[in-house]
Write a protein that binds this ligand. Structure first.
Ligand SMILES: [Zn+2]
Ligand SMILES: [Zn+2]
Length: 349
């Protein structure tokens, strides 16, 4: 074949991206980045665990004159299956190490050990507490008692063997890649700052592999961190907004995200996302003039389609997002739980 395949983009300075498809998903593909090091190529994320995705990943490497057997290491931005799915297969073929932040490694470990019945029970309990109606809970309860349930995604995902430590340089021969902890989308999401001059000398401080934290045209999902064993009230939206400001301050020349396309003006994109969430929180405060459960709030929030048309699984994600926003408002002292309500209702203060 002449020249690189269309799914390969060269970014200069020993960095390439490969478009690895995500089956049946409107996102389309994950951008897997290849970083050349003195000990061999390192991947940032790997893509969805599917035969067609594997073919694209290895085909893309072939187009760069690389074999998957040469991969030296795998750096994972976060545990989601479109990022971490193929890591185990890459490690089997190459003996590469896999690095991840400890908080997301904990999620991987928990998911691998999860009993589907316990998980469904947790989900049903959590949705009931958020005010989900009985007809929404019934299928979960039926699946649990019948034993017929879909396998949980991530049951077989690879346990990382290295820890990404926030603020530290990764051990990559000949490269300066620093881990920046950016919790919010997941508890252990990291961005990776390539602290080297931009190959086209664009103004700014190097380049950023931003995972799902900072994307050019999508506001990443921020829900509650799902941990059945943790009683601590985390504030994922607060974490996300703090992480965004931290990334904005880096002043990078170019962002290499895990979906869509590379872009410059990171500070402008950070501002847009901060404004978007501020508008959303203000809108929710308006809705909470009347006491509402998180479920009722989710029904009234603006989504990409009317609530009646949102599929079952996406409603669960939407309610989690509504809860993350309510929790932020409570932490800010702008909303509070109405005493004595069950399921609990929230109201603006
Ligand atoms: Zn993700
Ligand atoms: Zn993703």
């Amino acid at each position: 074949m002449q020249g690189p395949l269309p799914q390969v983009t060269e970014h200069g300075g020993g960095v390439w991206s490969l478009r690895v498809p995500i089956p049946d998903n409107p996102l389309g593909h994950t951008l897997v980045h290849v970083l050349d090091t003195d000990r061999g190529p390192v991947l940032v994320d790997t893509g969805w665990d599917d035969p067609a995705s594997w073919t694209e990943l290895t085909g893309g490497l072939d187009a760069l004159g690389l074999s998957v057997r040469e991969i030296h290491g795998v750096v994972i931005t976060h545990h989601h299956p479109d990022h971490h799915g193929l890591s185990g297969r890459v490690r089997e073929e190459s003996g590469a190490w896999i690095a991840m932040h400890a908080a997301d490694t904990a999620v991987v470990r928990r998911t691998r050990e999860a009993d589907p019945g316990t998980w469904l029970e947790y989900l049903a309990r959590k949705l009931a507490a958020a005010g989900a109606p009985e007809d929404h809970l019934a299928p979960l309860r039926a699946a649990r008692t019948s034993g017929r349930m879909r396998t949980l995604p991530g049951l077989r995902s690879a346990l990382p063997d290295r820890e990404i430590v926030p603020g530290e340089l990764l051990d990559l021969a000949g490269r300066r890649l620093r881990a920046i902890w950016t919790p919010g989308h997941t508890p252990g999401h990291v961005c990776l700052h390539l602290e080297e001059e931009h190959p086209s000398r664009l103004p700014g401080h190097g380049r950023l592999f931003s995972g799902d934290h900072l994307l050019p045209g999508i506001s990443p999902h921020i829900g509650l961190y799902e941990d059945p064993d943790d009683a601590i009230e985390t504030d994922p939206l607060g974490d996300y907004l703090d992480s965004l400001e931290r990334i904005g301050r880096l002043g990078v020349a170019e962002v290499l995200p895990a979906h869509q396309h590379a872009f410059t003006d990171s500070a402008g994109r950070v501002r847009e996302l901060l404004d978007h969430h501020e508008d959303r929180l203000t809108g929710l405060l308006g809705l909470l003039a009347t006491p509402l459960t998180p479920w009722q709030l989710a029904e009234r929030m603006e989504w990409n389609r009317p609530w009646e048309q949102i599929p079952y699984g996406s409603r669960n994600i939407a309610v989690s997002e509504a809860e993350a926003h309510v929790r932020r408002l409570v932490k800010l002292g702008r909303a509070e739980a109405v005493p004595g309500t069950d399921p609990v209702e929230f109201v603006a203060v």
